[in-house]
Design a protein around this ligand. Structure first.
Ligand SMILES: Nc1ncnc2c1ncn2[C@@H]1O[C@H](COP(=O)(O)OP(=O)(O)OP(=O)(O)O)[C@@H](O)[C@H]1O
Ligand SMILES: [Mg+2]
Length: 154
């Protein structure tokens, strides 16, 4: 497990940007944490590595946003906050995106049964004392991703 601290939205973005060059087609990241924790900020930082920061949206009504990062790499940014049932993810064909690009899923814990076997889980927690402070923990279900995370952040 990696534990990181952020004291501004820019710092959270930098953490996202740092991870970007290591990601490949087929990688999945679940972003968890309270409303306004900084999940979308992290995604925006990640997109900034590819010069696509301006494309980020907080997909309140759009569940999936597709970004063309490079000629052969796509990123699918999901926000499943509004799902009442896990099956809604299958209804929109969500699981068909996993092997088509990098998938970032805000509130991914809501569809836990439909997540791929291996994924990176990033949890952003607010600090009660400082409104700009965040604790960011990163874990994974696989050895491959644990190694990747320690390469990126240690
Ligand atoms: N250290 C920090 N890291 C990230 N965001 C921060 C930080 N400090 C303050 N903020 C502010 O917190 C908000 C985070 O918003 P963001 O949309 O990224 O949250 P979110 O987790 O995606 O929320 P939601 O669940 O509603 O999608 C922004 O307004 C940002 O400026
Ligand atoms: Mg968000």
């Amino acid at each position: 497990m990696i534990e990181l601290y952020s004291s501004s939205s820019d710092e959270t973005k930098s953490l996202g940007k740092k991870l970007a060059p290591y990601l490949k087609k087929g990688d999945t990241i679940v972003l968890s944490g309270d409303l306004g924790a900084g999940k979308t900020m992290f995604v925006s930082g990640l997109l900034s590595y590819f010069g696509k920061e301006n494309e980020v949206s907080s997909p309140t009504f759009t569940i999936i946003n597709e970004h063309n990062l490079t000629k052969d790499l796509k990123l699918f940014h999901f926000d499943v906050y509004r799902f009442d049932f896990e099956d809604e993810f299958l209804a929109i064909g969500g699981d068909e995106f996993y092997d088509k690009g990098i998938c970032l899923i805000e509130w991914g814990e809501k569809i836990e049964n439909y997540l791929p076997k291996e994924y990176i889980k990033i949890t952003i927690t607010k600090d009660n004392e400082d409104e700009n402070k965040r604790i960011i923990t990163m874990t994974s279900t696989s050895e491959k991703y644990n190694t990747l995370l320690s390469e990126v952040y240690n």
